[in-house]
Ligand binder design. Structure first.
Ligand SMILES: Cc1cc2nc3c(=O)[nH]c(=O)nc-3n(C[C@H](O)[C@H](O)[C@H](O)COP(=O)(O)O)c2cc1C
Length: 322
């Protein structure tokens, strides 16, 4: 019997968007600590590499037990065999769900027929989804764009995906061709929901809790990506907004720096200091942009190579001003 946690989640559903190179386990854990109801998703993982239990890939999919309930592993690929075999690995790993990437526009992924390239042949993709759904007891969700070139067949395609048995559908309101240009088109996502019974989650350009509330409309939930870099508290604020409560302020600079310290410490435990500090630099770079007076520390922060060095720069930031 297939499990389907998506049906049981509190509404509106909140999902942290998968973002390669950013939404690693330590960041996801921090997001979960701030707002326990957020569904977490791994960054995109090659189904073929996962099926072969490639060493680097196994490190990429590693997650902490606190991420469970609910944590999905997102896979990309184009071969049924890879999907089916990688699904078995995901079951062994104990994740709660499988998320299928039909949205990645990166030329490296698309040119090898993966990611959003699968939207160019919706019939074969529907068959792929159907065989994956039948092969696993885990719920299979899809994350897609509005279409590859345009959104003309979106309604028909998403109806077919739903008939193939997916448990939920997240849509980034842009086409592949658009990459990240223009604004996300949420009207199209609302239209999809009018035609589907499964949970539909909207994604694209949300920067505040107020916007999330405004954009929700008839949808079951919202997914947020880039805005979490500068404001990891956004999901807590969204939950407050959806509950009709007063939206809490972003914590003080002192608290924000504490957040970053903890994220860095979790990262060091997770992958060792050298790699952890290299990877935390991009989070630091995003973060300082939102901190008045901290921009001048950016150059130092994007070069830190030890935890102690990072803490040293934090001490230089005048926290009392904020
Ligand atoms: C750096 C970066 C990496 C991303 N990696 C993935 C990925 O691995 N899988 C995926 O489905 N989408 C990926 N995306 C797309 C996001 O999940 C999301 O759809 C997009 O950023 C729009 O949402 P936002 O406006 O809230 O950021 C990525 C986006 C960014 C900015």
């Amino acid at each position: 019997m297939q499990s389907n946690f998506w049906q049981d989640l509190d509404r509106p559903i909140l999902v942290l968007a998968p973002m390669a190179g950013y939404t690693e386990s330590p960041f996801r854990r921090m997001i979960r600590e701030i707002e326990p109801s957020v569904v977490l998703v791994s960054e995109l993982i090659s189904a073929e590499a996962l099926r072969r239990k490639n060493e680097k890939t196994m490190r990429l999919v590693a997650f902490h037990k606190s991420e469970k309930k609910y944590f999905c592993i997102q896979i990309f690929g184009s071969k049924a065999e890879s999907f089916l075999e990688s699904a078995k690995v995901i079951e062994e790993l104990g994740a709660d769900g499988i998320d299928l990437n039909l949205g990645c526009p990166s030329p490296k992924i698309v040119n090898s027929g993966n990611g959003s390239a699968l939207l160019r042949d919706p019939l074969s993709t529907t068959k792929l989804i159907e065989s994956l759904v039948k092969s696993t007891k885990l719920p299979v969700s899809v994350k897609m764009r509005l279409g590859f070139y345009d959104d003309s067949d979106l309604i028909e395609v998403t109806k077919n995906f739903a008939s193939a048995g997916i448990a939920s559908l997240a849509i980034h309101g842009r086409t592949t061709k658009q990459k990240f240009e223009g604004n996300a088109n949420w009207e199209k996502i609302y239209e999809v929901k009018e035609n589907l019974k499964i949970p539909v989650i909207g994604n694209g350009d949300i920067t505040t809790a107020e916007e999330a509330k405004e954009k929700l409309q008839n949808l079951d939930g919202i997914m947020i990506g880039r805005a979490t870099f500068r404001n990891p508290w956004i999901f807590k604020q969204c939950r407050e907004a959806f509950n009709g409560e007063k939206i809490s302020e972003i914590p003080s600079l002192k608290e924000q720096l504490k957040f970053l310290s903890r994220q860095a410490k979790l990262s060091v435990e997770f992958k060792g200091e050298k790699w952890a500090m290299m990877e935390i630099r991009k989070h630091l770079a995003h973060f300082v942009r939102s901190i008045p007076g901290a921009a001048e520390y950016r150059d130092k922060l994007i070069k830190v190579s030890t935890l102690a060095e990072m803490e040293g720069v934090f001490k230089e930031i005048p926290i009392d001003k904020n």
